[in-house]
Design a protein around this ligand. Structure first.
Ligand code: GDP
Ligand code: ZN
Length: 313
């Protein structure tokens, strides 16, 4: 029987079967994918085959079907090991706010890189559009809109107060497996609840302490949507993904760089100080936002430093 994993916390997993019921299941023996240095072989979103074990009268995962994609993070407890957070994701909703809490460009840019690297379509949701009154916030929203639209991403503006963008978001969500990303307090739960009241997600106050809120989820949480598909709420995404990336791959994950780099003189151009770099000249012509280039440079440094920082921990 085919099923999709909806909860993965240890020995036991929850899986939703085709008729919508959720059953508990577990791995038996050594199905562990030993070639992957991963501390969890099965993740939320994995499609599996279950069979009923008559001896124990429980479901056993007998096969994991090939993944379309998956995201990983470094295991916080086991150095150099990774954890698969979620698999088979159609798109990632990156919810950002210009205030209360303020989302940084770096946060958005990093998530976009991760989406590109794992073949997940990102959609940028600029939420709380009702609260921006000062020029700085309005400018930020306009800048994000312009920058990310220019890069080729879909950007929508939403508000649970004015209902702007809510119908669009509903259309985007339904029948897809959506990864929900963004700082605590940006309105992820509120947006889901306004579209799907039956989900009843917990809405929290914005933590006054950091103004960025706290993220308490440690495992990915799956919420089946009433009209098909699901939303996967993820734990802190800071540790995601860049872990296994080569510095040389990075440029290919920014659409603006990808667009121009084929014209660079050197095929191994890192778009920094090499002569006849088409990316630098596109930048000089104002063809993309310098802040995106800056974030490329800082992520490049991070990758070149490699696991160094991680090992110091
Ligand atoms: P989450 O941590 O990302 O799930 O954020 P929540 O959904 O818990 O929302 C945090 C706070 O922001 C709550 O007090 C919500 O009422 C508020 N909020 C969410 N969306 C909006 C919005 O579009 N406009 C305004 N004014 N407040 C919002
Ligand atoms: Zn170049």
């Amino acid at each position: 029987m085919k099923a999709t994993i909806t909860k993965s916390t240890g020995l036991w997993y929850n899986a939703i079967v085709e008729n919508g019921t959720v059953v508990q299941c577990r791995l038996k023996g050594k199905l562990r994918l030993d070639e992957i240095k991963s501390t969890n072989p099965i993740a939320v979103g994995d499609n599996v085959i279950l069979r009923l074990d008559h001896e124990s009268n429980s479901y056993i995962i007998s096969e994991i079907l090939d993944r379309n994609n998956y995201i990983i993070r470094l295991d916080p407890h086991k150095k150099a090991y990774t954890q698969v957070i979620a698999a088979n994701i159609d798109q990632a909703l990156i919810v950002a706010t210009a205030n209360a809490p303020r989302t940084s460009d770096g946060f958005i840019n990093r998530l976009l890189i991760i989406c590109e690297a794992y073949h997940i379509t990102p959609i940028i949701i600029l939420n709380k559009i009702d609260i921006y009154t000062n020029k700085k916030e309005i400018d930020k929203i306009n800048e994000w809109h312009h920058t990310y639209t220019l890069a080729g991403y879909k950007v929508i503006h939403t508000s649970i107060m004015s209902k702007e963008g809510i119908a669009d978001l509903h259309t985007i969500l339904k029948a897809n497996i959506n990864l929900l990303c963004g700082h605590s307090g940006v309105g992820k739960s509120s947006l889901m609840n306004i579209i799907y009241p039956s989900l009843g997600l917990k809405v929290g106050p914005i933590s006054a302490f950091s103004n960025k809120g706290k993220h308490t989820t440690t495992f990915a949480e799956w919420h089946t949507l009433p009209d098909g598909g699901a939303v996967i709420d993820t734990p802190g995404v800071k540790e995601f993904g860049l872990a296994n990336m080569e510095a040389a791959e990075l440029g290919g994950y920014l659409p603006e760089i990808r667009r121009y780099m084929i014209n660079c003189k050197f095929t191994n151009c890192t778009h920094r100080n090499e002569p006849h770099c088409a990316v630098i000249s596109a930048l000089e012509q104002g063809l993309f936002n310098p802040a995106r280039y800056d974030s490329y440079i800082s992520m490049m440094h991070e990758l070149e430093d490699g696991l160094e920082k991680w090992e110091k921990k």
